[in-house]
Design a protein around this ligand. Sequence first.
Ligand code: FAD
Length: 243
Amino acid sequence: MPLPRKVEVLVRKIINHGGSVYTLEFEISPAYTRFRPGQFTHLTIEPYRPSDGYWPESRVFSIASPPNADFVRVVYSVKGRYTSRIRDVLGLGSKCWLKLPYGEFIVDSELTTGDVVVLVAGGTGISPFIPFLLDENCGRFEKDVFLFYGMRDPSLVIFDRELELAETNFPSLKIVLFSEKQTTDKRFQIGRLDFKMIWRVIDRHGGNPVFFLSGPPGMIDNFKKSLINIGLSEACIRIDQWE
Ligand SMILES: Cc1cc2nc3c(=O)[nH]c(=O)nc-3n(C[C@H](O)[C@H](O)[C@H](O)COP(=O)(O)OP(=O)(O)OC[C@H]3O[C@@H](n4cnc5c(N)ncnc54)[C@H](O)[C@@H]3O)c2cc1C
């Protein structure tokens, strides 16, 4: 596992998705992007002097870009004091510091037991799955992969293009989208991520599933409880719980 390193980066792209959700893309040397899909980065907008050795206040964000690239992307929603400051302080060309990579929520073929990989993402919880879905080696991935991705509003599908790319690259991938808001877009089931429906699909498919859950704490707790109630062992449930 690569050791975490600190690096100053430049903001090269900002996307405002609406609903207080933003993408930030940073220019970075590929020497710093040898992370495993699913890992996260610390981000600080405070001044940092490597000679001091003291890492200032920061927040963590899942890395939503492929490994070994010359950029790092994160998607954040403005929740409290610090993410409001990130929105207000960082503009195109701004510099800030990252400390990466961290985390054990790793979605890849080597570390995943079972023969069906089930990714369940609520809102911006899609981020840690993106590096895995964009992985150039995914075509050789021998397990079946399902992505169930729920959002409040279809306009909040943040990674439309990336999901299309993943579907062409990744023959075994099946994507099911859920929107809480009514839509005529046929790709969506209407309503929240529905555990019973998801379990029916997975059960009918057969095999030994491993679930990866990423999103708000309420969603994760509900899914984890439901999976345990249905008899899935905790070893087959991986979670990326955000505060
Ligand atoms: C593994 C992981 C991945 C995450 N990935 C994402 C992501 O991709 N996108 C996203 O939007 N959010 C992500 N989050 C949540 C994000 O890190 C923030 O916690 C969240 O955005 C809260 O908003 P805020 O920092 O503005 O709130 P604030 O109100 O500023 O703080 C929220 C919490 O941060 C902690 N905190 C307070 N002071 C400090 C301090 N000095 N130093 C460190 N922590 C402090 C406290 O627990 C506090 O309750 C992730 C969290 C985790 C644990």
